[in-house]
Design a protein around this ligand. Sequence first.
Ligand SMILES: [Zn+2]
Length: 496
Amino acid sequence: MPTIYSNIRVEGSPALVGMRSIGASMQYDGDANHRRHMKKNAGRTKKQATAYRVGFKKMRTQTRKHHQHQINGKIFHENNQGWKTVHVWGEPFERGFAHGALLYKDLARIKKSLPFMVKTLINIKFSEYMAATKQIIVPIVKTYPEYYQEIRGISAGASQKRLDISTDFLIGWNAFLSLYSHFIEGKSHTQKIERCSAFIATGNATKNGDIVMAHTTHSDLITGQLLNIVLKVTPTNGHEFVMQTSAGLIASTSDWYISKSGIVCCETTIADISYSPKFGVPFFLRIREAIQYASTLDDCIYIMTNKNAGDYSCSWLFGDTKTGEIMLLELGLATKNIRRTTNGVFYGMNSAIGQELRTLETTDTDFHNIESLSGNRNYRLNYLLNTQYYGRIDSTIAKKIMGDHYDMVLGKQSMNRRVICKHPELDIASLYKPYSCTDGKVLTTSMAKNLKFLGIFGSGCGKREFKKREYIREHPEYKEWGSHLEDMPMQKWVVL
Ligand SMILES: [Zn+2]
């Protein structure tokens, strides 16, 4: 095992022990002072007690000021065409603390919406969800002290801004897609998951021979609207990286990553999984470790497959901008499909490209069916990438492909559930449910080397404006969603 991975699993390293004690003293200072105050106050007259209380408050404010934690981070843009760009740095607890303190308002929204998402999307009680978090996920996260401390830091940073969001709750939030797999997959045949179109191209497939990568998130609108954070992380150990994410997360989950190592990565979900995950290391820890510590595509394979839990099964698309090589890494539980090239294209559309994986670990029959959500995009992406634009792919063409609405069945452009930039929210066949394409991202090798990319927030095509009140008025069956949704105005592509 390469030594680079071992450094983050060392329990109780001096740095971590130090951080733990900082976190602990912050939590206990207030309580201890209060207890001392109550004890001293016993037996005083009312006037004396009031005077003492005023003095105590003054002292506590001064103590708080003294203990004001340094924020190892800053917000670059509050709202850049819908994106919030943030930078955090330093040791795990410190950068987590900055994350929590800078994004506490966004975390408040997650605190409100996660129980609704669990009830509506997983169809279980939140208490059951948190019990599974504590029983299955928390013990595993604790074996990754670097990431456990980062999450503890997020909770402490939010707490400084008077938002109470516990470490366990945040671990539950990080594990949402893993627990979705745990509760849903392999148990019954469920509706096809509406997630993501993406591709990565290189060599003779692209205009200048460098890597071009593109991804558009397909999601329920609550999750999609929360994915407006562009977080740059400069860790003390490992590589600096940028990811699209939500407040409170240590991994992207959309997923969209650029690492200073030269590794870039995105994915599309593999739908209709027929097994239950076996934990194992959940995907959010594996992909975060890969982005922070991998230097080569071989490293990525090692980290992603080692103790793979089979949760949130994906067609992962990786590229190494140092070598120009790209890779499709499809991971089920027992089966994987790895393809690598320096000339060509890989894409994803929620149906596994690897036939063995599709046959053995899914119930998916949509791959060749153009009437299906995946089949239509399979044929369209294959045509656009391997025929129409092969050899000419650049960021302009990538943006065009991510906003494509061509329906192979109808033989024309249509903003419906089947197209690359999909719109179930506008499609009667999807019962107008609040799912949609919620963003688009594109990068090239030269952008990635500067940790930059192009992004559009709202819909990959930039042609759909979402107005919450109008939507709920027209589709009152989704009224409950109203208090968790926001308007999504039409935005423009921006450099992020
Ligand atoms: Zn669209």
